[in-house]
Ligand binder design. Structure first.
Ligand SMILES: [Zn+2]
Length: 407
């Protein structure tokens, strides 16, 4: 046990208090130093010194530095300066790569969407597409006057082990591919870099879309595309597990003697609920390949509405698989809320009967144990918003990374 605080302990405590002050100010702003003192429990002198440092780093503005909004006298308050920091978010989808630059306030400052032309099974194409988009966004971010670039968060479909390696990708047919190192080598030194499964990022975005007073303690996000992915929120934070793989709900096995899956198991949820599986069961695979997922999904909805037997059978099977996975997730994690995203909300009418049946049956036993099942609020933009939120969370956790103004 250490009884005396060494210089590194003191620096560490100062860094933690700086983060606490900024996070509290972010929640309360506009607020005064007194408000911060009450909310943080720090003593007055500390709060003043910490606020001074945040001002010196350009993260916080004081009266006189803000432009008046024209309503009455300016109040002696502190506010976050959303223009001081920008973050880069990159998303790879089956068809295109999207890169964005957003400031601390969430304002979109720059965006590019481009088809990536990744050839099936070619890892180099995949890496090159990500590096190219990230470098374009970094260059655009560096041009924004007065803004410091905090880092880049990349969301990709498929499991990303330990935040580095994209495992065998169903979407791109690539073998295990290191995404982290090639990006780290090419991006400017010192930038924060995160590579993560798109479902994990979507979970962060969906959780933040719930009004603060209504936010549950824990939430599972389940998003349907070619494959099924998702993420887990525990105590308000993403729960990532030992290798950043927690929340990989598409590979919950729902049939122990089901077909083999690329992950090595059998009967995974994605083999029933993923759009690849739904299209294969309804002869829409060729249409999806030729004209895209959306066109094929519209055709599938038309068939379902018309009572097509193959389509109804496929959706009923998918619904039972979904119910099985939700039951497993609930039993193992005791989540309050399950959010369905991606293509799932538009298929809910034909998907949810087995889920409702399961929840009704469980309701008779331990009613408080049942999670609420709801549709996603953010929709298609969830991955990019989640990437920005993660970059922001990491910045707020250590604002001492931001250089002093004029320094
Ligand atoms: Zn699997």
């Amino acid at each position: 046990m250490h009884s005396v605080k060494g210089p590194s302990d003191v620096a560490e405590i100062r860094r933690a208090n700086l983060a606490l002050t900024l996070q509290t100010l972010d929640e309360l702003a506009p607020c005064s130093r007194t408000d911060l003192r009450h909310a943080t429990g720090l003593v007055s002198g500390s709060v003043s010194s910490l606020v001074d440092e945040l001002v010196a780093r350009g993260l916080v503005v004081e009266p006189g530095q803000t432009t008046s909004n024209g309503r009455g006298r300016p109040r002696r308050v502190l506010g976050l300066n959303p223009l001081r920091v920008v973050g880069v978010a990159v998303q790879l989808t089956p068809l295109e790569v999207i890169a964005e630059v957003r400031d601390l306030g969430g304002e979109l400052r720059w965006q590019v969407r481009q088809p990536h032309g990744i050839r099936h099974g070619v890892s180099d194409d995949l890496v090159a597409a990500l590096v190219d988009a990230a470098l374009q966004a970094e260059a655009a971010a560096a041009q924004i006057a007065g803004a410091w670039v905090c880092g880049t968060v990349v969301g990709v479909p498929g499991p990303v082990a330990s935040g580095r390696v994209l495992a065998d990708s169903i979407e791109f047919g690539t073998p295990r591919t290191d995404l982290f190192e090639p990006l780290r080598e090419r991006l400017p030194a010192g930038r924060d870099l995160v590579v993560m499964n798109d479902g994990r990022l979507g979970a962060v975005a969906e959780y933040s879309a719930i009004p603060p007073r209504e936010r549950p303690r824990s939430m599972a996000y389940l998003t349907g595309g070619k494959g099924v992915s998702g993420g887990l929120i525990v105590a308000g934070m993403p729960h990532l597990g030992a290798h950043l793989m927690a929340g990989e709900c598409g590979h919950i096995s729902v049939a122990m003697d089901g077909p083999p899956c690329d992950c090595g198991a059998r009967g995974c949820l994605t083999l029933y609920l993923g759009t690849d599986a739904l299209f294969a069961a309804t002869d829409l695979t060729t249409l999806a390949a030729d004209r895209g997922q959306d066109v094929a999904l519209v055709r599938l909805e038309e068939r379902l509405a018309a009572g097509d037997a193959d389509a109804r059978t496929a959706l009923d099977r998918a619904g039972r698989a979904l119910a099985s996975a939700i039951g497993t997730m609930s039993n193992y994690t005791d989540i309050d809320l399950v959010v369905l995203g991606g293509a799932l909300p538009r298929l809910e009418r034909w998907l949810l009967a087995p889920v409702t049946e399961l929840l009704d049956a469980r309701q008779e036993r331990i009613p408080e144990f049942n999670p609420v099942v709801a549709s996603a609020r953010r929709g298609d933009g969830a991955t990019l918003i989640g990437a920005w939120l993660l970059a922001r969370q990491r910045l707020m956790a250590d604002p001492s990374r931001v250089p002093l103004l004029g320094g």
